[in-house]
Design a protein around this ligand. Structure first.
Ligand SMILES: Nc1ncnc2c1ncn2[C@@H]1O[C@H](COP(=O)(O)OP(=O)(O)OP(=O)(O)O)[C@@H](O)[C@H]1O
Ligand SMILES: O=C(O)c1ccc[n+]([C@@H]2O[C@H](COP(=O)([O-])O)[C@@H](O)[C@H]2O)c1
Length: 213
């Protein structure tokens, strides 16, 4: 199981120089942040489609510690990280990164991007968001800064028509109306989550008895 160790270096206070996203040098890294409560097939389909259509090197799945605009999950960060690891482990281009869990506190994306730009400046970052998040960007911390630190990538999410106010790339992804809420609600009423989440994740949920009310 994945260990949540404290090897995170504190977010540097040095401001990353504002610059336009220039020639794409170095490794091309897609960032998919989320509460992943739990990871589901929608996340994996989005990640694979963006990886391949934008010719990226890797997708980094970054679970939030405290989500900025959602209630804190009842399930532990350790369980969410374990399920993320189990759900992504068969794809060598998918990596789970625990920066936000190590940092603690509220997981603002701009802080994570600043940290990545400072600690691994050789990479170019693509911040991936479903259209539900894109439409809500006005509520985020320093939304315009995000577009200076990364290329923003939107994917259509069923039920959320695109209303982007910042420059971004849109990647076509088959609309999959799976959400973590749907998975949790299905478990709570004793329904089947087979094919909504990877089998490894389904087995973990069953073994640990999580999400059952
Ligand atoms: N089915 C989906 N299609 C497209 N994007 C998705 C889908 N599910 C999640 N995402 C995107 O993945 C990111 C992380 O999502 P998150 O972990 O919050 O899952 P969620 O399914 O939205 O959770 P919840 O139902 O608990 O709100 C967000 O940018 C979200 O828009
Ligand atoms: O930085 C912000 O202000 C901010 C506000 C809302 C959401 N986010 C990020 O968006 C991602 C999805 O969030 P959530 O809460 O829908 O799981 C996750 O990485 C959050 O940290 C970030």
């Amino acid at each position: 199981m994945i260990a949540i160790a404290k090897n995170y270096q504190k977010t540097p206070t040095v401001e990353v120089a504002e610059e336009k996203i220039g020639p794409k040098k170095g490794r091309q890294i897609g960032i998919l942040g989320g509460t992943f409560n739990p990871i589901h097939l929608g996340h994996l389909i989005v990640a694979e489609q963006v990886l391949t259509k934008l010719h990226l090197d890797e997708i980094w799945f970054i679970p939030t510690n405290i989500p900025p605009l959602k209630d804190q999950p009842v399930v532990s960060a350790q369980d969410r990280a374990n399920m993320l690891e189990l759900g992504t482990q068969d794809n060598p281009r998918f990596q789970v990164k625990l920066f936000e869990l190590y940092r603690g506190g509220v997981s603002y994306t701009v802080d994570t991007l600043r940290y990545l730009r400072e600690s691994q400046p050789e990479n170019h970052y693509y911040l991936i968001m479903g259209s539900d998040q894109v439409n809500n960007l006005g509520e985020w911390k320093e939304p315009t800064k995000l577009a200076q630190l990364a290329t923003l990538v939107g994917v259509q999410r069923a039920g959320y028509p695109q209303k982007a106010k910042l420059p971004m790339i849109w990647v076509d992804v088959p609309a999959i109306a799976i959400s973590s809420s749907l998975v949790r609600q299905t478990i709570a009423i004793g329904g089947s989550i087979r094919y909504l989440v990877p089998d490894t994740v389904r087995n973990y949920i069953q073994k640990k008895g999580i999400y059952h009310e």
